[in-house]
Design a binder for this molecule. Structure first.
Ligand code: ATP
Ligand code: MG
Length: 467
């Protein structure tokens, strides 16, 4: 239960808000209470001072009596003493708690505006003030005012009740807000958790509809995209496995068929040799296919390492040309190579040779005898471009997006007879990408195909040439 995100968020919010609220309430409450007490004490003192002023004007028995009668009807108590400290008159009977206060008779240090004698309303029964009476600069006694602490307690009690009510209301509202908030945050996360569980169970068609534009919305979109990617990968894998088994079965069927024929007694030596040659060729294709598959598997598992070194590109191109020369000669093809002198590239020479050989091998295979193939290197500010063009049949427009895919051949039967398995360009593309470059194809059917390999230049321009 405590491990649930919604509960965690909820509790955290709740604690923080409650702590803030309690602190604010405490400050507000103490300030209000102090204000109220100060107000009551101020009133009490002002009342005593008023009586004192009246008495200073008119210090007679009837005035004294009048003051006492007036206060006997109010919530306050007045006690008037003479300069000897004896009580002359009081509005109510004097209680023991009052005597200690009244007993002080000196007026030293008591200012004319009076003093608050007792303001400790929480412990004492009465709060009190003292206003000294001075007539013609002679001290004539004191006007003591008392108020019951219970009155103040009542006022404070009411205040506390109001605070309690508002406090409870706020806690209630806080709980509701926290509940809504934690649900708003946790609910989509729960949906996403369910979705990812489904993904791991193999149900890849998970769709998380959300209008949210925040991080949670982005996460939901990412999960939906992930599910689509997984579905696509699953389909691709199935298709790939299907094609592979087909690719492996076909040559094996041929080989089985021909070995059956060879093992028959009535086969002439000439036919036997012909069939053995076919079997040899098919074995060669199979070996090539398995080698390529192995290479792709290594690329997929990131085990295919690229060891870049700085080489003169023109030299590499001529090595490639030399390697492909026998095939060119056989098909009477003219291969022209152009590369700027001393152009330096930072590549894995073996791998880039493999790329160029794969593309040139296609150009030779899919171009009629006696045509032209060009391999040309140019450069711009950031890239070195290698363009390989042929004058063959080209690639149909609808096939262009797929030629780099695994096992893709635009004309299955023709390529088969040429021994192609549809992996050459896939490997070429992966190698170029591992170099941080890209490979593009432009083709006009009937006019030939053009492959453009773009490789990033080194950090500085000067690096591209050796002086
Ligand atoms: N220069 C080209 N002219 C016409 N078609 C081409 C050319 N290069 C590639 N293709 C088409 O693209 C397909 C894929 O090429 P890719 O090199 O990947 O496979 P492949 O040559 O059939 O087999 P592999 O290279 O594995 O022996 C070829 O089967 C062919 O149909
Ligand atoms: Mg090929």
């Amino acid at each position: 239960m405590l491990n649930k995100l919604s509960v965690k968020i909820g509790l955290l919010f709740f604690l923080v808000i409650i702590i803030v609220e309690i602190t604010l309430f405490y400050i507000l409450y103490t300030n209000l209470v102090n204000d109220r007490v100060e107000e009551v004490m101020g009133d009490l003192l002002a009342r005593g001072n008023t009586h004192r002023d009246v008495l200073e004007e008119n210090y007679t028995a009837s005035t004294l009596n009048h003051v006492a009668i007036m206060e006997s009807e109010s919530d306050f108590i007045v006690v008037i003493t003479n300069d000897a400290g004896e009580t002359i008159t009081s509005s109510n009977p004097i209680e023991p708690e009052m005597t200690a206060v009244i007993e002080h008779k000196d007026h030293d240090g008591i200012p004319d505006e009076g003093v608050i004698l007792q303001s400790d309303w929480s412990n004492e029964k009465y709060v009190s003030t003292d206003s000294p009476i001075t007539i013609n600069e002679t001290h004539r006694g004191h006007v003591f005012m008392f108020a019951e602490s219970a009155n103040i307690k009542r006022i404070i009690g009411q205040l506390s009740q109001q605070f309690l009510f508002v406090g409870l209301l706020i806690i209630f509202l806080t709980i509701i807000t926290v509940l809504i908030l934690s649900r708003v945050i946790a609910q989509p996360l729960l949906r996403m958790k369910k979705a990812t569980e489904q993904l791991s169970r193999g149900n890849h068609e998970v769709e998380l509809y959300t209008n949210r534009k925040d991080e949670l919305g982005e996460l939901a979109t990412s999960i939906s995209r992930l599910s689509k990617d997984l579905e696509r990968l699953k389909n691709e894998r199935n298709e790939f496995l299907g094609s592979i088994s087909h690719e492996l079965r076909t040559p094996l069927t041929y080989m089985k068929g021909y070995t059956d024929i060879i093992s028959r007694k009535d086969v002439s030596v000439k036919d036997r040799n012909k069939y053995i040659k076919i079997i040899q060729e098919e074995t060669g294709h199979l070996t090539e296919l398995i080698k390529n598959l192995f290479e792709l598997a290594k690329i997929d598992q990131n085990e295919f390492s690229i060891k870049k070194e700085k080489i003169i590109y023109g030299e590499l191109l001529h090595t490639v040309k030399a390697r492909i020369q026998p095939a060119i000669d056989e098909r009477k093809i003219k291969l022209s190579v152009f590369c700027p002198d001393n152009l330096v590239v930072s590549v894995d020479p073996e791998r880039i040779q493999q790329v160029l050989l794969n593309i040139l091998d296609n150009a030779i295979k899919y171009t009629p005898k006696g045509s032209n193939i060009g391999m040309e290197v140019s450069q711009n500010k950031h890239e070195i471009l290698t363009t390989i063009s042929d004058t063959g049949a080209g690639i149909p427009e609808e096939d262009i997006p797929y030629v780099f895919e695994r096992l893709y051949r635009s004309e299955k039967s023709r390529s088969r007879s040429n021994g192609g398995s549809g992996l050459g360009l896939t490997i070429a593309k992966e190698i170029v990408q591992l170099h941080g470059g890209k490979i593009e194809l432009e083709s006009t059917p009937g006019k030939g195909a053009v492959f453009i390999i773009s490789l990033q230049k080194g950090d500085t321009n000067e690096e591209s040439f050796i002086d």
